[in-house]
Design a binder for this molecule. Structure first.
Ligand SMILES: Nc1ncnc2c1ncn2[C@@H]1O[C@H](COP(=O)(O)OP(=O)(O)O)[C@@H](O)[C@H]1O
Ligand SMILES: [Mg+2]
Length: 162
């Protein structure tokens, strides 16, 4: 199990109003804020996202962790078997949804729409952590649709006003 012991934050840059403590104290969860972890492969995104998820579990919070492509495959399977709504209802119970590896493989149109649906449903009601090796400007290549990508980024990134 990965832990924060020995995690090297020196190469991690935080946006204004955010800090290492804000992240590791799970302050973002209290405020239903999202966390975007963007960086090259091997820079510790999955490690850190896992640590935060485990810590949230320890606090008794409901957490779901998926590699994005596994979630898309699962959503498509639930759709085929007529159990999508029930599954979406279960997902909505999570206080923290972690989507790992956004951007490794492009989605098909229906997959992109299902992910958009999951993120929109929880908009401002729970936190999402997304890890990606792509900058937002490249997310079009994953979703294949500029409007859907813009709407998704809008749902994930809201301006911090404190
Ligand atoms: N900043 C870091 N501090 C400690 N270990 C790290 C760090 N970055 C990467 N690692 C280690 O390197 C390996 C790859 O990290 P990982 O989290 O899978 O990277 P990413 O998800 O960004 O591709 C893991 O074993 C992880 O524990
Ligand atoms: Mg990773």
């Amino acid at each position: 199990m990965k832990t924060l012991d020995g995690y090297d934050f020196t190469a991690v840059t935080f946006p204004v109003h955010c800090s290492q403590e804000y992240l590791t104290d799970l302050a973002f969860l209290e405020r239903q804020e999202n966390v975007m972890m963007l960086g090259k492969v091997g820079t510790g995104k999955t490690h850190l996202a896992t640590v935060l998820g485990v810590e949230a579990c320890r606090q008794g919070r409901e957490v779901r962790f998926f590699r994005v492509h596994d979630l898309v495959a699962l959503l498509q399977e639930k759709y085929r078997t007529g159990t999508l709504n029930r599954f979406l209802g279960e997902l909505q119970k999570a206080e923290l949804l972690i989507l790992d590896e956004m951007g490794f493989v492009p989605f098909h149109k229906d997959g992109a729409e299902l992910i958009f649906h999951v993120i929109s449903e929880g908009y401002e009601q729970r936190s999402v952590i997304v890890t990606s090796n792509l900058e937002f400007g490249q997310w079009n290549t994953v979703f294949g649709d500029a409007r859907l990508t813009a709407a998704l980024v809008d749902r994930l990134v809201t301006t911090h006003t404190c």
